[in-house]
Ligand binder design. Sequence first.
Ligand code: SF4
Ligand code: SF4
Ligand code: SF4
Length: 354
Amino acid sequence: MNDTVNVTIDGRAVKAVKGETILELASRQGIRIPTLCYHPRLPLAGACRVCAVEVEGARTLVASCVFPIEQEGMVIKTDTERVLQARRLVVELLLASGDHNCLLCESNGHCELQDLVYELKIERPRFPAASPGHALDHSNPMIYRDLNKCILCGRCVRGCNEVQVNQVIDFGYRGGRTKIVTAEDRSYGDSNCVFCGECVQLCPVGALVENKARFAGRPWAIKKVPTTCTYCGTGCTIDLNIIDGRVVKITGNEGGVTNQGSLCVKGRFGYEFIHHKDRLTTPLIKEDGRFREATWDEALDLTAQRLGQIKEKHGPDAIGGLSSARCTNEENYLMQKFMRAVVGTNNIDHCARL
Ligand code: SF4
Ligand code: SF4
Ligand code: SF4
């Protein structure tokens, strides 16, 4: 069975895999087609039409993110004047459909709609903006919702329902009144939202943002440092979002092998301990019933000395090690290696074993 077809895309003769979308082919060929409702982790929607392209013989432009390549000899054009005009129209209408005052928006500098306005060289929108007048959602400490900036791409809905399978949000109302709603259109705080933050991670604009990170610093000032979440043994890859040495928010790392960008409420929002004033930052040694601060060298020397004394007096099996699911695999491996090879006992256990 021949599962490839010969097609032409922007004048280039290429082979396409039968059934792949035009967007996938373009991406393999290094041809950029802008998108908004599309996200590689989500089921396809073909909702926003920003990715429209021309296919010779087709009466209308087609949405490249959902259009499968099936026919031999297909001719695709991704950057004709007709295509660019259609994209501009879509983006201008989206811009006019909400309250897009980038100066006041937390996503300024990290917004796919704003990027498209720039990319498509839209100097002045043709249509007057009409804010839908949705109430701001301040109902919880984790997620801030301003649906006046929502472009109804549905990425949050597909993320909540099909990635996290939480079934909390969907499209509500109809026509010009359409909005993203929880059951009975309640606030997030009053709904059955579990605050995984998947919807925030997927939102391409400033409609859903991390509440605690508001006014903490602009996106371009953020330095992202990938690391492993310490809350459980799943070991999700997170990005610490750092400004001036302080973690201002945590986002899921889309390249993370175990989580591909998804996180739970603890991993995404439970980071205030990092800079908490009560956090222990130096080892403590107990002397005469009172703790005193010590250096790491001092604490490690004392621990080695005491373990040596116990081993000499009672044998290695008098010592046991208990490790933690909050450590990485590598740290747990080192712990058992230390107990077996250095201390000389198999007394090693782990809080998540049972
Ligand atoms: S969502 Fe994007 S386009 Fe809208 S105000 Fe915010 S930064 Fe600007
Ligand atoms: S935070 Fe999670 S559960 Fe709540 S609406 Fe967003 S995706 Fe759904
Ligand atoms: S809230 Fe964000 S992700 Fe959800 S539909 Fe609106 S713009 Fe898209």
